[in-house]
Structures are given as C-alpha cells and as structure tokens.
Ligand binder design. Structure first.
Ligand SMILES: [Zn+2]
Length: 185
C-alpha cells in the first residue's frame, strides 16, 4: 500500500500469534528502503519501541512506530522465509513464502523487481541467550493486537502474513492466520 508522508497504517494479527513480515520502500525511489540493520544501529536496540524512528539504508527516517497494543515482541534479525527455507525444513514442492509474497506484490504494483530487504517481523518472538544463541518461539501477540506505523516520507509498505507452518512461530498450532492491513489513514 502506498503511504504518503504523514499518513499511517495499522497492521494487526486478527486471531493473534501471527507474524507479519513488514517492509517499506521509498517512493518513488525504491533504491532506498527500510533497513533493519541501520535501524538497529540508530536506535541502539534490537527491537523498535513506540516513538522510535525506523531508518533506511541511507540512514534517513522513513517510518515511525507510533502505537503498539501487542506485548512489543518483534524481530529484526531473521530474514523472510523463502523457498529454500522450506526445502531446508524438508518440505517438497511449492510452499508459499514471505519472499515470494514480497516479490509478487512489488511486481503487481509496478514497484519492482526489487531485492527482498530484511523485514521488520512484527509479532515474531526470537529470544537470545546470554551466549548469543537464538531461539524462535511462538508469538505472544493476542487476538487483535496491532502496530501503527507513520510514514515520515512517502513510502510503499508491504506486509506478508508469514505462511510458516513447519516451525511454531505462528503459535504452537502451526496454523498461519490472516493479518489485517488498514490505511493509509
Ligand atoms: Zn515468512
């Protein structure tokens, strides 16, 4: 969805526990995009909080996290799932993936092709041990929990309801459910 500067979008897990891979590209210059690695460098934390500005690969603020009704557990470390991820997990044949969803919507919207940036994985739980080991766990987000992002410059926001059903990130039932995307408002 195109989100003009000053407007907002709300991304929600309708039934709860559903990860929403979220990206933003600059408009009209999609050579600039929301960058998790640059955002971590600027905010000096792993997970953005309400009030944080999320920056691009050129370190310029693109989105602001203005509201979060979830427990605030999100991930900025793990790349989008893709066909190879499902093959590595033992799946045979086609499996929907966030990378494919990104590529499809960017192509349909005439914004691409575009490499798949690292996503802002809303509602995704990745815990980090003291020795630095990562553990992907079920999302703690409840039904209707949502995040509101405000565009600080014109942006193209892409959201994928993660179809991961082989690892219990979308709840222990491993049953992906829809996400809501409302706006811009
Ligand atoms: Zn995914």
């Amino acid at each position: 969805v195109p989100v003009p500067r000053g407007r907002r979008v709300r991304i929600s897990t309708i039934e709860g526990r559903q990860v929403a891979d979220t990206w933003a590209l600059g408009a009209p210059d999609t050579g600039e995009w929301l960058s998790m690695e640059h955002t971590r460098g600027v905010t000096q934390r792993l997970t953005p909080r309400v009030g944080d500005d999320l920056v691009t690969n050129r370190r310029r603020p693109l989105l602001r996290l203005v509201e979060d009704t979830s427990p605030g557990v999100h991930d900025t470390l793990i790349p989008a799932c893709d066909p190879q991820r499902y093959a590595d997990l033992g799946h045979r044949g086609f499996h929907r993936s966030c990378a494919d969803n990104f590529a499809a919507v960017v192509a349909e919207s005439g914004w691409g092709p575009h490499p798949v940036p690292s996503p802002f994985n809303l509602f995704m739980s990745v815990s980090i041990s003291g020795s630095g080991d990562l553990a992907l766990g079920p999302s703690p987000a409840g039904p209707g929990d949502s995040v509101v992002l405000e565009a600080l410059r014109d942006a193209l926001v892409v959201v994928s309801a993660c179809p991961q059903d082989l690892v219990p990130i979308n709840g222990t039932s491993m049953r992906p459910t829809p996400v809501g995307l409302t706006g811009p408002f």
